[in-house]
Design a protein around this ligand. Sequence first.
Ligand code: HAM
Length: 457
Amino acid sequence: MITKPKGCHDLLGIEAKKWKYVDKIIDSLMERYNYTYARTPIFESSELFHRGVGEGTDIVTKETYDFKDRGDRNITLRPEGTAGIVRSYIENKLYGEPGPVKVYYNGTMYRYERPQSGRDREFTQFGVEVLGSNDPMVDAEVISIPVLLYKMLGLKGIVVKINSLGDKESRDNYREALVKYFTPHINELCEDCLERLKKNPLRILDCKVDKDSDILKNAPKTIDYLNEESKKRFEEVKSYLEELEIDYEVDDRLVRGLDYYNHTVFEIEASVEGFGSNNVIGAGGRYNGLVETLDGPETCCMGFATGLGRLIQALDLEQVKIPVIDDVELFVMYVSETEKKYAASLVQYLRANGYRVDTEYTGRGLKAQFKQADRLNAKYLIILNDEDLAKDEIKIKNNKTKEEETVSVDYLLYFLDEHLAEDEYDEYDECDCGCHGDHENHECGCGDNCHCHHEEE
Ligand code: HAM
């Protein structure tokens, strides 16, 4: 038997439905923020990630899927979405348009990591990038996106951690301070940190091996090396977060694992019992120098990405009910060949009119078809028989109340419209955000348009 590669997943059944629901919420959220969907290639020239993500990062040194294509080109499966978006921004000269350019993506990324819970080799990120603004208001807006997304989905236990790496001058001063501090201790740190000290000492603070050592705990703090301008900018970002009523903690050890960041960096942790150590569900920051590094014009940018696998894991652990459609409205049943032919066209007609319909495909008898309809949670059964059809009539049965009616074919759509709409109304107090009123205290965050029943309580 051929099995799937390590660190990858098949997405099937109810799990797949949950993901599709999250995708739908993401699309509707992005419409509200007026971010445009962008799709870039899953593989790019290797140089893009070496220069973009950084030669000194774990992602590039240890985790990329690199290969040569048949034309002998060096190709890499994308380990993250930002570098590809920036490449596309430059290649398509989007900087020529009145900015900022606000885009989002939702796709698979690839990192050759040691597979464990929350850490996969193929994983999906939803991310946004804003290219062409240095306004601290944008930093706060980008942080607000995952916060609102998690809220709309009903996730409660999140902690937003922010920090500032400052501008180039501040970062250089901090880097120097770290080299001075770590050099006498280097033999006490792991082998990788020795390399990090040479290439990018900030990465030492990110070290998964030494993270609990006193040497790391007592290391210089970013905040003490910010110049006045960077300090002021960080204060402004924080004040916008307060305007947006986003709770946050300042974590002066937060540096992030990619080289392109400056000024604001942030991570959002799921503080959910049983989540394990890979609990950062979303992260991002400002990367004002990356467009230039990749040969574009000076452009200030800010973005973030959230791992959908980790997000859904957090929702599961919090036992958040994701409203997936797990039924069909109609199941069409038949026995004879003429009834079967009629069933084929009726199913097509009902689907074209917007109903969720299924039928029999494996030659089961009527009794087994009833069982199959139950398995599919069918709301109504259409039971065809030649006698009714000769009179242009159809038998329809409510699968819950077991009430049965025979209606004329001409009247069928009116009947369904009336009965299914009524059932739907009973089931949900539908809310514009799609939350179906699952959120306590009317916390879905969709504001005035919310019709979920908590509003009326
Ligand atoms: P990142 O921190 O590398 O940032 O990844 C963002 C999120 O992707 C993580 O917080 C996590 O939820 C998820 N993630 C990362 N690696 C894995 C993995 N191996 N398995 C499962 N989930 C994973 C970035 O990728 C930046 N491009 C974010 C950004 C956008 N910064 C600015 N713009």
